[in-house]
Design a protein around this ligand. Structure first.
Ligand code: ZN
Length: 250
């Protein structure tokens, strides 16, 4: 892979692209608190200026959505081999071989990777869930479609257990022999919000068609504790909706 291609994928994959993944970049260090925290991201370097943009993510989903305005994405996922699991210092990310695609408004977006935020990024009437997974897809022209699914405290989640078992405890990557079926991340109820937004980490590019499912999956308190210990409060605060519409599926 050329370094140019690697940079593109790193940006698209919302990874820090540092440490174990690539030593080539010299992007400013960012974090979820302190001097390099979210309120400072736009100032850290010129390429992060979008972090001060007007169509940023995440947002609070607060009942202002327009009902029955859109369809949920059409999903064509299949069980796939895990190619790598990565602790990049900000999140736990899983890359798969060929996991399929989703289609939104006739545009196909192929699956890239999924990762987690400890403390959900999207909130519902101000309520934050313990965990949110982001399923990241990319179209041929480089735009992204991300599906966000919440986890609420309840029954133990078998899929999360499989992933926790291979999660690197320190920054680095592993290539475990295992398969994941993304359909296991779908709640039974497909009610969802859709809106146009951004990456939730620097460079905060405003290139993301967001779909956030309303109904959460369940996981147990001890499972949440694993994520919170390794990636404490790894969420960006909600951003102003500004002039954007939030649409609700029919
Ligand atoms: Zn994310």
């Amino acid at each position: 892979m050329t370094s140019g291609a690697k940079k593109l994928i790193c940006a698209a994959a919302m990874m820090a692209c540092a440490g174990p993944v690539s030593a080539e970049t010299s992007h400013a260090h960012w974090s979820y608190d302190g001097d390099h925290g979210p309120s400072r991201w736009a100032e850290l370097e010129a390429s992060y200026s979008s972090c001060a943009g007007s169509e940023q993510s995440p947002i609070d989903l607060n009942g202002q959505a327009i009902p029955a305005a859109v369809h949920a994405p059409a999903v064509y996922w299949k069980e796939a081999d895990v190619t790598s699991v990565t602790n990049n210092g900000h999140t736990f990310q899983v890359d798969l071989s060929d996991a399929g695609k989703i289609v939104i408004d006739d545009v196909p977006y192929h699956f890239l990777q999924f990762h987690f935020h400890s403390g959900s990024e999207h909130t519902f009437h101000g309520r934050r869930f313990p965990l949110e997974v982001h399923l990241v897809h990319q179209s041929a022209d480089g735009r992204l479609a991300v599906i966000g699914v919440m986890f609420a405290q309840g029954e133990h989640n078998p899929l999360l257990d499989d992933l926790i078992n291979v999660m690197p405890g320190a920054p680095g990557s592993l290539s475990p022999i295992m398969k994941v079926n993304l359909n296991d991340f779908l709640p039974g109820d497909w009610s969802a919000y859709r809106y146009e937004g951004s990456l939730t980490t620097p460079p905060c590019s405003e290139i993301v068609a967001w779909t956030v499912f309303e109904k959460p999956l369940s996981a147990s308190a001890d499972q949440f504790a694993v994520f919170e210990t390794l990636f404490p409060h790894s969420y960006r605060p909600v951003q102003p909706q500004n002039r954007r519409f939030v649409l609700k599926t029919d």
